[in-house]
Design a binder for this molecule. Structure first.
Ligand code: RAM
Length: 522
C-alpha cells in the first residue's frame, strides 16, 4: 500500500482572518542552555546499540583529535535545540580546513548504524547527520538546524598531519513553548506510573514548539491526529490553551479542496496545508474543537470554527455506501494505525460515529437545529449499518472489508463510538483480550485508543496493566521520551523499513499523563 495520498488537482483555500488569528497566538519559545554530561562510546550489545559512559565530560579538556578519531557525548536527557561548540587547534598553524562529521541520535542506534546503508521508505534526509568544513581555527561553530537528540558523535574526517583539533564549550540551546511550571505535581505512590507520567510530560514538552509538532526529529509539523492527543494531555498538564487554539485556527484557515481539513500542515516558510488527505484525520477537526470547547468554554472560537467542523461531516458523508457503511478502498484513505495488514473500513465507520456524536453536542450547544437534525439522521443510518453489516454475531466481533477482517483497531474504535451499551462493550473488550485477534496494534497512537476504551468501560485494572505492559516496556528500555512506533512483541518492527528513521520523541505517545491524571488519581 502506498503511504502517500495526494489529492488530485490540489487546490488549497486560505481564510486570511483565521490564519492571522493563529499567527497572533504564536508562542514565545522558552530557551535554556544545557551541556553534555559524559564522554563515551556506542556499540552493539546483544541485540541493540547501546551507549556506554567512559569518562565525565570534564575529561574532554586536554584531549586532542586527529584524522579518523571520534568523540561521542551524552547530553544526559533528550534535547531539542541548537548545538554550538568551540573548535581549536594544537600543533602547527592549521594548513588545511578541519573536516567533521556530526551525528545526532535520540537513541544510540542512530549513532551506531551507518546511514549509507539506509534503505527505508521515508527520505534519508531526516537522518540527523552533517559534514562540516571549518576553514579558520579557533572557531565558534553553531549549527543552524534544530536537532532532537541525546547523543552526539563527532568524527574527525580530516585535519592535516600538522595539527590536531580540540573541543570545548559544547552546548545546546533548547527550545520549547511548554512551561513546566504550569504542571502540577503528581500525588501518586505507584513508581511505574510516576515514571510514565514524567516521561510523557517530557515528550509533550519537547514536541511543543511554535505548534504541537508530531515529533521534533520527524516530521516536525502539525498533524491533526497527533494534535488531538497532545491537546488532551496538555489540558491535564501544561494547560497551554492558546497553543491548541492557534492550531485549530491554522487548520481551519488552511484547508484543502472543498474545505477539507488536511491531514497535516507545514509551518515554514509560512503555514500551508499538505496535500495528504485522510478520512479519520479530517473528522478529528470536530474532536479537537469539541475537546477544546469542553475544556475552555470558549464560545467565540466554537462559533467561528463550527462551519469548518461541520464541513468535515458533510464531506465524509459522501463516502457512505448504500447500506449505511463507509466505502472501503485500497489506497491510504484512512490512517487508524501503521499496521499494513489493517483493513480500515470498520474503524473509519466507528470514527465517523464517534465524531458525529461530538458534532451533535456542538450543534446543540450552538442551537443549530438544521444541522442537528442531519447529524441525527446520519447517526441512525451509520449505527444501523454498523450493527447490520459490520457486526458479526457468531464471531462476537466487528468485521471489516470484503474479507471480513477482525482486528483490534475495529473493536476498540467501535467501543469508543458507543454503538453498544457499556456492558456489551465491556464484554467485547474482554473477548478481545481473551481471543487476541492476529491483526494487532503497532503504534502508541492506536494503544491510546485501546486504553481510553478500557477506562471508558470502567476496566481500570486492565487499562493500568496494559499501560504498564506497553509504555512500561519503553520505560524498561530506558526511554527518555516515548516513541512513535513500539511493538513489545516485535522490537524490530518498522513501518518505514528502518528504525533509525523512527521518531523517539513522538507526541501521540505522550498520553499516559492524560490517563493517569484523568482516570487514575481520584
Ligand atoms: C507519520 C507521523 C505522524 C502521523 C502520521 C499519520 O508521518 O508519525 O505523527 O500523524 O504519520
Amino acid at each position: 500500500m502506498a503511504i502517500t495520498n495526494h489529492l488530485e488537482n490540489f487546490c488549497p483555500k486560505t481564510v486570511e482572518a483565521f490564519v492571522q488569528k493563529a499567527e497572533a497566538l504564536t508562542p514565545t519559545l522558552i530557551q535554556k542552555t544545557v551541556f553534555p554530561v559524559s564522554l563515551g562510546t556506542v556499540f552493539w550489545l546483544d541485540d541493540d546499540w547501546v551507549y556506554q559512559k567512559k569518562e565525565p565530560i570534564a575529561a574532554l579538556n586536554g584531549k586532542s583529535f586527529g584524522k579518523g578519531e571520534r568523540i561521542c557525548v551524552d547530553f544526559g536527557d533528550h534535547r531539542v535545540g541548537y548545538l554550538s561548540f568551540t573548535l581549536s587547534s594544537i600543533g602547527s598553524p592549521p594548513d588545511a580546513p578541519a573536516y567533521l562529521r556530526l551525528k545526532f541520535g535520540e537513541k544510540p542506534c542512530e549513532i551506531g548504524e551507518e546511514s549509507e546503508n539506509y534503505q527505508g521508505s521515508i527520505s534519508s534526509s531526516w537522518i540527523q547527520e552533517e559534514t562540516l568544513h571549518v576553514d579558520v581555527l579557533p572557531a565558534s561553530v553553531r549549527l543552524p538546524r534544530r536537532y532532537a537528540f541525546r547523543y552526539l558523535e563527532i568524527l574527525i574526517k580530516d585535519t592535516s598531519p600538522k595539527y590536531r583539533v580540540t573541543f570545548s564549550d559544547i552546548r545546546c540551546e533548547t527550545v520549547t513553548s511548554a512551561d513546566i511550571r504550569n504542571v502540577s505535581p503528581l500525588d501518586l505512590k505507584d513508581a511505574d506510573l510516576i515514571d510514565m507520567d514524567r516521561i510523557s510530560i517530557k515528550t509533550m514538552e519537547d514536541c511543543m514548539q511554535s505548534v504541537f509538532e508530531d515529533g521534533p526529529k520527524r516530521d516536525r509539523r502539525l498533524w491533526i491526529g497527533d494534535l488531538r492527543l497532545q491537546a488532551l494531555a496538555n489540558y491535564r498538564t501544561f494547560q497551554n490553551y492558546d497553543l491548541v487554539k492557534r492550531c485549530l485556527y491554522l487548520f481551519a484557515g488552511l484547508t484543502q479542496n472543498r474545505g477539507r481539513v488536511g491531514a497535516c500542515l507545514f509551518l515554514e516558510p509560512k503555514p500551508m496545508v499538505d496535500d495528504t488527505a485522510l478520512f479519520d484525520y479530517s473528522l478529528f477537526f470536530v474532536s479537537c474543537l469539541f475537546d477544546y470547547y469542553k475544556e475552555t468554554g470558549d464560545r467565540e472560537t466554537l462559533l467561528e470554527l463550527w462551519d469548518t467542523a461541520y464541513r468535515q461531516i458533510e464531506l465524509s458523508s459522501e463516502r457512505i455506501g448504500e447500506h449505511g457503511v463507509v466505502l472501503d478502498s485500497d489506497d491510504w484513505w484512512c490512517f487508524l494505525d501503521w499496521n499494513d495488514e489493517l483493513n480500515k473500513q470498520a474503524g473509519a465507520q466507528a470514527v465517523f460515529l464517534y465524531t458525529l456524536k461530538q458534532a451533535r453536542y456542538l450543534a446543540e450547544e450552538i442551537g443549530d437545529a438544521d444541522r442537528l437534525h442531519r447529524i441525527d439522521t446520519s447517526l441512525l443510518w451509520l449505527a444501523k449499518g454498523a450493527k447490520e453489516v459490520l457486526w458479526d454475531e457468531t464471531e462476537g466481533f466487528f468485521v471489516s472489508g470484503t474479507k471480513r477482517q477482525i482486528s483490534w483497531a475495529s473493536q476498540v474504535w467501535f467501543v469508543l463510538a458507543g454503538v453498544f451499551e457499556k456492558s456489551q462493550n465491556q464484554a467485547l473488550l474482554r473477548r478481545l483480550l481473551e481471543k487476541r485477534p492476529k491483526v494487532g496494534m503497532v503504534t502508541p497512537y492506536m494503544y491510546h485508543h485501546f486504553i481510553e476504551a478500557l477506562f471508558c468501560c470502567e476496566m481500570r485494572k486492565e487499562a493500568i496493566d496494559q499501560m504498564k505492559r506497553y509504555w512500561g516496556g519503553m520505560v524498561k528500555e530506558g526511554a527518555d521520551c516515548f516513541y512513535e512506533i513500539y511493538d513489545p512483541d516485535r522490537k524490530d518492527f518498522s513501518p518505514y523499513g528502518s528504525k533509525i528513521i523512527h521518531s523517539y520523541c513522538h507526541a501521540w505517545s505522550g498520553t499516559p499523563t492524560y490517563f493517569i491524571r484523568k482516570y487514575v488519581i481520584p
